[in-house]
Design a binder for this molecule. Structure first.
Ligand code: PLP
Length: 365
C-alpha cells in the first residue's frame, strides 16, 4: 500500500496489486448483484475526543474487530445504497447523492450515532468512484455504492458507543431481479411486521433488514420475489417491500403511495417518482392504502398497475400478489405502461441521456 496523493481531508492509498484488467473486464460481463467488489474502499474513524478523522480511500480488505465491538451486540449500524452511472459519452454521474447524505445523517440521529457531515459523505463517495472508475460498467449495469457506519467500541454496556467506523464499498451490479423487466410477484406478510410507530422504520439500519429476513424467506417459500409488509398496529395498511417502496396506479390516472409516517423508508426513488408523476399531470395521493382496498381495486379493475421502486431495481412492475387466503393479479399481470414510462424516464436521467433540468445528477468525472 502506498500513499500517493492527498485531497483536503481524504488520503488516497492506491492498491499495489489490483485485479488485473482481464479479470476485471470478465467480472463486469455478468456482475449479478452485490457479488463482486472493487479494489478500494473508504474508511474513516470517529472518536468522542477527535470527531471524524483518518478518512481515506484504501485497498479493500477485511476489517479486524474486537469481539466486544458494540455493533456485534447491539447492532448500532446504518447504511445507504446509491449508484454511479456511466453515460454513453463517458461521463460518470451520481443520482441525487445529497439525499443519501441527508438520509444517512437522519438514520445516524435515530440510532444515537454521530452524523457524517454531508461534505465528507459526498467527497468520500466521489473519491472512491474516481479511484475505482474502471469498475463502473456501461449499458444497463452500474456501480452500486454502499456507505455504512457502525459502532466499534469494545464495551458491553448498553449505551451509544464512543467509537465508530464509516466505510464505503462498491460493487458493479446488473439487474436486481433475475427476470429483468418482467413483473415481480409479492407475498403479503400478515404475521411478521417490519416496523412500528416510534421504531426505526424510517432509518436505514441493519436491524430493520435482520427483522425482515424471516418474512423474505417465507416469500421465497411461496415462490414470490419479494415480501410486502403491512402495518404493525392493525396488520391492515400496506407499508413497503423488504427493500422498496410501493405505488398503485388507478384507472382515473391517479397514483397512490403509502405516506411517510416514520415506519417506512423515505425512498429517494419514491420522492423522484412523485415529482415525475406530478409533472405528467397525474394526481399523487400519499395516503394509507389497505390490503382490503388493494384486493377490491384489483378485482374491480380500478387498479391498473402497481410497482415497487428503489435504487437497486429502479421500478419493477408488480404482476402477482399472493397471500394466506389466495392470490390475485394486478392488471394483466405484466409491467404496466406508466411503470415502463417512469422507469425509462428515471433511467434516462440517471444515465445522462436526457437533459437534467432538475439538478438531480452530480458529475464525478
Ligand atoms: C426498506 C426500503 N424501502 C425503500 C427503499 C428505496 O429507497 P431508495 O429509493 O432511496 O433506494 C429501500 C432501498 O434502499 C429500502 O431498503
Amino acid at each position: 500500500m502506498t500513499a500517493t496523493s492527498t485531497s483536503p481531508e481524504i488520503t488516497i492509498e492506491f492498491h499495489e496489486s489490483p485485479v488485473s484488467d482481464a479479470d476485471r473486464i470478465k467480472a463486469l460481463e455478468t456482475p449479478g448483484f452485490g457479488k463482486i467488489f472493487t479494489d478500494h474502499m473508504v474508511l474513516a474513524r470517529w472518536t468522542a475526543d477527535k470527531g471524524w478523522h483518518d478518512a481515506k480511500v484504501t485497498p479493500r480488505r477485511p476489517l479486524e474487530l474486537d469481539p466486544a465491538s458494540a455493533v456485534l451486540h447491539y447492532a448500532q449500524e446504518i447504511f445507504e445504497g446509491m449508484k454511479a452511472y456511466k453515460a454513453d459519452d463517458g461521463r460518470i454521474l451520481l443520482f441525487r447523492p445529497e439525499e443519501n447524505a441527508r438520509r444517512f445523517a437522519q438514520s445516524a440521529a435515530r440510532m444515537a450515532m454521530p452524523a457524517v457531515p454531508e461534505e465528507l459523505f459526498l467527497k468520500a463517495v466521489e473519491e472512491l468512484v474516481r479511484v475505482d472508475k474502471n469498475w463502473i460498467p456501461s449499458g444497463d449495469a452500474s456501480l452500486y455504492l454502499r456507505p455504512f457506519m457502525f459502532a466499534n467500541e469494545a464495551f458491553l454496556g448498553v449505551r451509544p458507543a464512543q467509537e465508530y467506523i464509516f466505510c464505503i464499498i462498491a460493487s458493479p451490479v446488473g439487474a436486481y431481479f433475475k427476470g429483468g423487466a418482467k413483473a415481480v410477484s409479492l407475498w403479503v406478510e400478515t404475521t411478521y411486521t417490519r416496523a412500528a410507530a416510534g421504531g426505526t422504520g424510517a432509518a436505514k439500519c441493519g436491524g430493520n433488514y435482520a427483522a425482515s429476513l424471516v418474512a423474505q424467506a417465507e416469500a421465497a417459500k411461496k415462490d414470490c420475489d419479494q415480501v410486502v409488509f403491512l402495518d404493525a398496529a392493525e396488520h391492515r395498511w400496506v407499508e413497503e417491500l423488504g427493500g422498496m417502496n410501493v405505488f398503485f396506479v388507478m384507472n382515473d390516472g391517479s397514483v397512490v403511495t403509502p405516506p411517510l409516517g416514520g415506519t417506512i423508508l423515505p425512498g429517494i426513488t419514491r420522492a423522484s417518482v412523485i415529482v415525475l408523476a406530478k409533472e405528467k399531470g397525474l394526481r399523487v395521493d400519499e395516503r394509507p392504502y389497505s390490503f382490503e382496498e388493494w384486493q377490491a381495486d384489483a378485482a374491480s379493475g380500478k387498479l391498473v398497475e402497481a410497482f415497487a421502486c428503489g435504487t437497486a431495481a429502479v421500478l419493477a412492475g408488480i404482476g402477482l400478489v399472493r397471500h394466506a387466503a389466495g392470490e390475485f393479479k394486478v392488471g394483466d399481470g405484466q409491467t404496466g405502461k406508466l411503470t415502463t414510462e417512469l422507469r425509462q424516464q428515471l433511467v434516462s436521467l440517471q444515465k445522462g441521456v436526457t437533459n437534467d433540468e432538475r439538478g438531480w445528477t452530480r458529475r464525478v468525472l
